[in-house]
Design a binder for this molecule. Structure first.
Ligand SMILES: *Cc1c(COP(=O)(O)O)cnc(C)c1O
Length: 359
């Protein structure tokens, strides 16, 4: 690895062990590992290849599924938002993709094309986003024609908040809908995301759909790192300059940091174009030689600045950790008012992905 590169080092063993934790929490459920958004920024192909035990993979876009198939991934792949036109449906057929059906127009599309696919029926039990409303489900099921119903899927809207009763309400609504159904497939349920798996045992059902927890960050709103999860990504960048800043001088665009006394600053070659959040608070921690130092000044497109302690010996080509090993992504997310999901998926394409695997 060039010391000059901005790097997302991905620990594939951490992802495997997080997958094992899914099995531990949901021993009787099949697991659809969620690979959308390039496996939450970790690199979908390498991550999927490192999960031979996953029963299926889930993606948001057809292109994401095609990428996995072309890399030789043989497990079932599910399009979580289904297909929206003829071209996408053709690709779903060619690459043997499962499709979620969440809207009448998708059923009509399948019907018109004569295509026959394995489908998941999505029901809206309270997310208020995708899915058929519960009362229409019997009618929709009756109109499936020759499609193969794999199961019924719903998505939890407040599982990340342990104090919310919404998950129970959603589970109840789902039971009401499927309770009387006889169709093959209609009793196979897929409900839980990471927060459901880790926090709501009643949501486990036949299939679980872990995303964030595979990558080692907490799905819960308190943003407390969970000991049982292993963070998979370490985002780091090289120091490219170290310079003195005199008392009264400022650092970076807008001069939002002014040195109170003579100090030194290290310039790190990663900025918001790499995925480091510009919204982050002044003083946010950055690790240099394993020690926490403070971000000073505005985040630039390609650089950030860190104030050094008088005794620090830091020079160009030393590396700074922006989050990951030794610095929880949850802490960084809290300091910019967001969640680990946006930080992971925001690591841009110019950041070099590097993989670590023990065997
Ligand atoms: C993204 C997604 C998931 C995974 O959610 P996490 O919170 O990352 O575990 C599960 N199901 C659906 C439908 C999704 O879109």
């Amino acid at each position: 690895m060039s010391s000059r590169q901005v790097t997302a080092l991905v620990d594939l063993d951490a992802i495997s062990s997080n997958f094992n934790l899914v099995r531990h929490h949901a021993p009787n459920s099949c697991a659809m590992a969620i690979m959308k958004a390039d496996a939450y920024g970790h690199g979908a192909i390498r991550v999927a290849q490192s999960l031979p035990a996953a029963d299926a993979f889930g993606v948001a876009r057809v292109s994401e599924a095609v990428e996995l198939r072309e890399a030789g991934i043989g497990q079932p792949i599910c399009l979580l938002e289904g297909v929206n036109d003829r071209e996408e449906l053709n690709l779903a057929s060619i690459f043997e993709l499962q499709v979620v059906i969440h809207d009448q127009s998708q059923l009509e599309l399948l019907e018109r094309s004569g295509a026959r696919r394995k489908i998941w029926l999505k029901i809206d039990t309270g997310m208020g986003r995708l899915g058929f409303s519960p009362e229409t489900v019997p009618e929709v099921l009756a109109s499936l024609g020759k499609q193969t119903l794999l199961g019924v899927m719903t998505h939890l809207s407040e599982a990340s908040d342990p104090s919310s009763t919404k998950t129970d309400l959603q589970l109840m609504r789902l039971q009401e809908v499927i309770g009387n159904l006889e169709q093959p497939g209609a009793k196979t349920l897929s409900i839980a995301n990471s927060a459901g798996i880790l926090g709501h045992a009643a949501s486990l059902a036949d299939w679980v759909r872990p995303g964030l927890m595979l990558y080692g960050a907490t799905p819960f709103d308190d943003l407390k790192p969970m000991d049982e999860l292993h963070p998979a990504m370490t985002f780091s960048a090289p120091v490219i300059a170290v310079h003195a800043v005199k008392a009264g001088e400022s650092v970076g665009y807008g001069g939002i940091f002014t040195a109170a006394e003579d100090t030194r600053v290290a310039v790190i070659a990663a900025g918001y174009a790499d995925g480091y959040p510009r919204e982050i608070a002044q003083g946010a921690p950055i690790l240099l030689h394993g020690e926490r130092r403070k971000l000073v000044g505005n985040v630039s497109m390609d650089m950030i600045c860190v104030e050094l302690e008088p005794s620090d010996v830091v020079q160009p080509s030393d590396r700074a950790v922006l989050w990951g090993e030794g610095l929880a992504i949850e802490e960084i997310a809290a300091l910019c008012g967001t969640i680990p999901y946006t930080l992971m998926t925001g690591v841009s394409s110019r950041v070099y992905r590097h993989y670590r695997v023990s065997n």
